[in-house]
Write a protein that binds this ligand. Structure first.
Ligand code: OGA
Ligand code: MN
Length: 289
């Protein structure tokens, strides 16, 4: 049995008796799946693992996405996405400083196949900064009025990497930070409210930068709506803040939580993380009512 120790926050739990260095048996996978749905974020501290072990462990949870972005690809391990300021260039989901907006998102919401879950493993972390925030979108949805919930259930959001480019431009971080170069990006439309395939629980599904519009709305109105929604949905009461130690591995449920990086001193400290991304398996459709 996996041992769960909850955090002080509304989401998040630590699991200390699972080694990511070993391929989990079917019972353990089932328990991890259940715990992931229940707590949204699972923290596995003190994991000393190789890229190969990380891939093997993650593959037991589902099919993995391959890294498209050249700057984030780990040579010989396409399943791993490298985040940080060490290596080929800066790959970051954090604002440049405390004054800038956060980038709340669910991984791969703007890809054809979204991410069901992500596993992020800390190899090197700064002493201060570079925390990761997670916000629970069940609480976000439940915290809306019935009328707002009804409005949200009808909305279809437009997601695109151009929103991320724009975010980076706004911060004048330059090309080395661009997750997607200068390509013209395709747009993906998804419902704002989704039901968790395991439990039927409803949650909000969007990002405050990657979501660039709402079907049928003009851009200014959509921008205003998304700003308001983010303020509500990602409020501190719905959050877990992860302060990383090297060798922490954190698994999160992209169906249930949004996440955002926080700033760190990119010039003078090192941050190096490996991520595997587990593909979505369930359709994400408007709720039939
Ligand atoms: C990610 C991500 C946040 C961070 O790897 O998907 O959003 O704090 N990371 O690095
Ligand atoms: Mn992410």
């Amino acid at each position: 049995m996996i041992e769960i120790e909850t955090t002080e926050s509304v989401i998040g739990a630590r699991v200390r008796n699972v080694s990511l260095g070993q391929i989990p048996d079917l019972d353990t996978v089932k328990e991890i799946d259940i715990a992931l749905e229940r707590y949204g974020v699972l923290i596995f501290p003190e994991q000393d693992i190789t890229p190969r072990q990380m891939i093997n462990f993650s593959s037991a949870l589902g099919d993995l996405e391959l890294t498209e972005l050249e700057a984030a690809r780990l040579p010989d391990f396409k399943e791993i996405f490298v985040v940080g300021n060490v290596g080929k260039g800066l790959v970051s989901f954090s604002p440049a400083n405390e004054e800038q907006e956060l980038e709340w998102h669910s991984d791969h919401i703007h890809h054809e196949i979204a991410a069901r879950a992500s596993l992020l493993y800390a190899k090197e972390v700064p002493d201060v900064g570079g925390d990761t925030l997670f916000a629970c979108m069940y609480y976000a949805y439940d915290g809306l009025t019935v009328a707002e919930q009804q409005t949200c259930r009808k909305l279809e959001m437009i997601h695109s990497a151009s929103g991320l480019d724009h975010y980076l431009e706004k911060q004048k971080l330059g090309d080395s930070n661009s997750l997607s170069g200068n390509r013209k990006h395709k747009e993906v439309v998804r419902p704002l409210v989704r039901e968790h395939p395991e439990t039927g629980r409803r949650g909000l599904y969007f990002g405050n930068q990657v979501t660039i519009g709402i079907v049928g709305w003009d851009d200014a109105e959509a921008g205003e709506f998304i700003r308001h929604l983010t303020k509500h949905a990602c409020q501190e009461a719905f959050q877990y803040r992860h302060q990383w130690s090297a060798q922490d591995a954190v698994l999160w449920d992209n169906r249930r939580v949004l996440h955002a990086g926080t700033p760190y001193d990119v010039e003078n400290t090192r941050r190096l993380m490996h991520r595997t991304t587990i593909r979505e398996t369930a359709p994400i459709t408007l709720i039939d009512e």
